[in-house]
Design a protein around this ligand. Sequence first.
Ligand code: NAD
Length: 370
Amino acid sequence: MSIITVELGARSYKVIVENGLLARAGEHLAPLSRGRTMAIVTDENVRPHLATLQASLSAAGVASEAIILPPGEGSKSWATLELLTDRLLDLGIERGDHVIALGGGVIGDLVGFACSIVKRGCGFVQIPTTLLAQVDSSVGGKTAINSRAGKNLVGAFHQPALVLVDPTTLDTLPLRQVRAGYAEVVKYGLIDDFEFFEWCEANAAALLAGDADARTYAIAHSIAAKARIVAEDEYETTGKRALLNLGHTFGHALEAEAGFSDRLLHGEGVAAGMALAFGYSARRGLCTGQDVARVTAHLRAIGLPDSAPAANINADGTTLVAHMLHDKKMDAGTLPFLLARGIGKTFVDKSVELADVTRFLDEQREMAAA
Ligand code: NAD
């Protein structure tokens, strides 16, 4: 078992990682239940795990009520938020209660946001069931829904009270989703941990094949990295937390071009985006062509896209940069970019000219077509 504490003063919380934890979740949740019925919010695809969780709560003497939403990004909407907050209020949720978010990043983001506004903020617990949610979205307190203007544009910082991670829940997750989540794992190596990148090169295949040790190590290591960064910069004001956005600006443009649909999963966009961030860094003379080749070779080896065309996006630079202008990181007309001086040496550059990024993306497109 690994226990990682996210150190945030009065809002500190534990992330527990353990194979089989879901079946014992009741022991950890009973103290938060205050003898009241706990609401569990999940989606249709997570039903088998809901049964395990409810059985474990029952065994610990805790009654529960499940709210089952449709799966998919579409649930991060005003309509579903309204439905969910109404259901929670109908259940009589109080500020001191803890709602359980059981699912991937969609459920975690939606439930976290609902809990930030119900009764001006009630408690919640994250039980992430996708690799992406286990290594990234369940920790750190960013919550959001999508709006007409774009993805994750309406939300709040609201930290969970506890995060329970059971890597065995990934046994039912489709391989494409596991791979997409892996992009966020290797991201931690690329940001500031060269040794972990080397570990990823050596162990990614085992991890994707479901090797329990590799999976658990990668999850606990990733959470520890995220916890350190969040503890330093909870509200993304000093620039430290912005490092977690490596690959996200390029990736966001690709995802937007794909209509934020199953055509390109978030992690797939991030993978191609990280390759583009390294490619652009090399073009600026910041890192070497060997660095780029090593990053792209690893992404390709595990079946993740390493360029816009590999992600089936053939739009030109102008189109992709236009998507970037809707990025929520836009700051008084400039867009901070995560660039790299090498693998594990990422930094924020606020002086990137979008015209130069446009040229770079057009060059990449021409090279792929040649
Ligand atoms: P998701 O929640 O849509 O899950 C992917 C799919 O897997 C869904 O169909 C879901 O029903 C299914 N699923 C979940 N667990 C399963 C399981 N154990 N077995 C079988 N199927 C299962 O997507 P995701 O990739 O987990 O999360 C993506 C979302 O996370 C995006 O909305 C993104 O914006 C958000 N995100 C948030 C943060 C943050 O810090 N808050 C960080 C990264 C991403």
